[in-house]
Design a binder for this molecule. Structure first.
Ligand SMILES: [Zn+2]
Length: 666
């Protein structure tokens, strides 16, 4: 694959770059847009290297350039608009989302690679698609029945509740917005406007507010907020802003209910307790999609209550839902994931947890949000994408034989919700490596190997972080003297800067940099850290599970730990355990780290003791050649000592092989 590079691709300029006005926001009524703390690089000005770069290139090759991607995969997404399979009988499926999700990934790939051939292919296909399937009134959906916008809204039974008509239209419209930005193609932008004009007019004609459509009390439909705000930004049309405000009304409506996540965010009780049947209603993917839109709405309007609500919800997620793979949620629901002995995270949720934290980071400049991006990417995300980049996991698990590889879904063979989201996450990562503040300060945010240019400054990162032992070399070239802020992750209490130990402040260390070239050696404290799981003993029922779980959380756990993977039978945990971290990496035992199976899956937990832990880097062996780093982890307490070979969680677990084994629990 060749990637001719193009400087200054408009597409990658984030929402923030396109709309910058004031640093301090005015009250909501003024609709005063806010300026982000950091503007990200244009995607075309980032080249990822190291492990993230290899994996990004593999995913682009497999999902944007391969014959399969441009043949069966693309054709099946289009075909859904011809068959109206979603509409039939009781299906009300979500084939509607796949064209949009596929083309959102292509839009990112066009921006990242700058390849005119890729651009021409995607624009040509999109024009043909629009010509054939967009109705003269703007409607564009796999649902033949235009006015079918909700089914049985109170039913907690999926088949009598689901309706993804607006959810899928969101993805199609969003892809058209992003394709227009990536390529400058006006036909795409006009088609997106027609879709939104139609939706606004349709809801008015029916007298149905958006929070009374779709699934999960309107949450699936209201997640359209993000592309609505983006289209408002691109066109300046006041009716789009008015529609965005109506979505905020729905999210904040009185009386409060399961769909009023903005109002509920300020509650003190746990998210799982907001719903009568949390295993059905407490849906993570759709909710986090709404939160991302709320951040962008704040950016466009300065409505502080909206941002306060997102931050309050984020606090809930960190305290209750941060799972051991460092994503949020428990198999796509908010079920107190932080306190469960079995970790399960849907890859769509990883994508959207990263996107939410990235938005909050760019907006506020707070280092803690970048910490979440980094940990989710290296652990939950890289565990869930298969190394050849073509497919990925639906559920990433804390331990066992394998993650649940994305199964056939909603009548599709070449698409599944999670792999269709994967590629975007690499671009979200690329757009978070560094940023530039309004005063020209360069922020170095992520430290994996990469080359980046931003207005007035370029930088190169080298050193094999976070797998290698040594410091990261940051080579900077500035047009004029200025400041550099190095992000210091929460786990590194000090930072070595050119050989001198320094103390960070608020997650950053700032230096003055001259005009021209300068070089910085940045070293973090990578000594291993031990963390006791906050999980409690769980009453795990015996396996194999009979069908269904009836909303019982322990049955739910076993059901989805074993779903489609009979080799997982009997591997659900009932006891809490220890976790060990090195930098942003979750360490894990596993076959690929050379840990024996019994020791990986069945060793007695070290939970009840206070251990000192040390880590020694080991040379790779033929067995461990597939992992980027190998360590001997030693637990010591008085004369008692345990040794185990480990690598990072993602690298020992990201193969779909029932004869594999891994565990992040000690
Ligand atoms: Zn998914």
């Amino acid at each position: 694959m060749t990637h001719p590079r193009k400087k200054g691709t408009l597409a990658a300029a984030s929402a923030a770059m396109l709309l910058a006005a004031t640093v301090t926001c005015a009250p909501a009524a003024a609709d005063e847009p806010c300026r982000d703390a950091y503007a990200p690089p244009a995607l075309g000005n980032v080249k990822l290297k190291g492990v993230p770069g290899m994996r990004t290139d593999a995913c682009i090759r497999a999902r944007a350039y391969s014959d399969w991607a441009r043949g069966d995969m693309y054709d099946e997404a289009v075909n859904a608009f011809k068959t109206h399979w979603d509409d039939e009988g009781t299906r009300s499926g979500w084939q509607n989302e796949y064209w949009g999700k596929t083309m959102l990934c292509f839009a990112g790939a066009i921006a990242y690679t700058g390849d005119p051939g890729l651009r021409d292919w995607a624009v040509g296909k999109t024009h043909a698609f629009l010509k054939e399937y967009q109705h003269p009134n703007g409607y564009l959906s796999t649902y033949a029945k235009e006015d079918f916008l909700r089914k049985n809204p109170e039913s907690p039974d999926a088949l009598t509740h689901w309706c993804f008509n607006i959810w899928g239209r969101k993805y199609t419209m969003w892809a058209l917005v992003e394709l227009a930005r990536a390529t400058g193609d006006e036909t795409c932008r006009r088609a997106a406007e027609k879709m939104l004009d139609h939706l606004i007019a349709q809801l008015r004609r029916l007298g149905t507010p958006i929070d009374k459509t779709g699934s999960w009390h309107g949450i699936s439909s209201m997640s359209i907020l993000r592309p609505v705000v983006e289209l408002y930004r691109d066109t300046g049309k006041q009716e789009y802003l008015a529609f965005a405000k109506d979505i905020i009304r729905g999210l904040d409506a009185e009386p409060a209910g399961p769909g009023t996540i903005m109002r509920n965010a300020f509650r003190k009780d746990k998210i799982k307790d907001w719903y009568p049947k949390a295993t059905f209603w407490a849906k993570a993917y759709e909710t986090m999609s709404c939160l991302e839109g709320m951040v962008d709405y704040y950016r466009a309007t300065g409505d502080k209550r909206v941002l306060d609500a997102v931050m309050a919800f984020h606090d809930h997620l960190v305290k209750e839902e941060l799972n051991p793979m460092r994503s949020a949620g428990f198999f796509d629901h908010f079920l107190d994931a932080r306190h469960r002995a079995n970790g399960m995270t849907e890859l769509c949720d990883v994508t959207h947890w990263i996107r939410l934290n990235r938005e909050l980071f760019l907006l506020t400049g707070e280092s803690k949000y970048a910490d979440h991006v980094e940990e989710a990417f290296y652990n939950a995300f890289l565990a869930g994408v298969q190394p050849d980049g073509r497919w990925g996991a639906h559920i990433v698990r804390s331990h066992g034989t394998r993650h649940l590889s994305a199964p056939h879904q909603t009548g599709m063979l070449e698409h599944q919700c999670c792999p269709d989201n994967m590629m975007r996450t690499y671009f979200d990562w690329a757009g978070t490596v560094a940023g530039i503040a309004p005063d020209g300060t360069l922020a170095v945010v992520l430290y994996s190997d990469a080359d980046v240019s931003l207005p007035g400054v370029s930088l190169s990162l080298m050193g094999g972080y976070p797998y290698a032992d040594g410091p990261v070399t940051v080579s900077v070239r500035r047009d004029a003297p200025g400041k550099i802020r190095f992000r210091v992750p929460y786990w590194s209490k000090t930072v070595m800067v050119n050989g001198k130990t320094e103390t960070p402040s608020g997650g950053w260390f700032q230096v003055d940099a001259p005009a021209g070239a300068s070089s910085w050696q940045i070293g973090f404290d990578l000594s291993p850290r031990i963390a006791r799981s906050e999980a409690r003993q769980e009453a795990i029922p015996p396996s194999p599970m009979s069908a269904g779980h009836g909303g019982d959380i322990n049955k739910y756990t076993v059901h989805f730990m074993e779903w489609n993977t009979p080799d997982m039978a009997g591997l659900s945990r009932s006891t809490p355990a220890l976790q060990v971290f090195r930098g942003p990496l979750v360490l894990a035992k596993g076959r690929m780290a050379g840990t024996p199976r019994d020791e990986t899956l069945f060793a007695t937990t070290l939970f009840d003791c206070d251990w000192d832990v040390t880590l020694k880097t080991l040379p790779a062996t033929p067995v461990t050649a597939g992992v980027p780093a190998l360590w001997r982890l030693t637990f010591k307490r008085g004369v008692e000592e345990h040794e185990v070979q480990v690598s990072d969680f993602a690298s020992v677990s990201n193969i779909d092989d029932p004869s594999n084994w891994f565990s992040l629990w000690f």
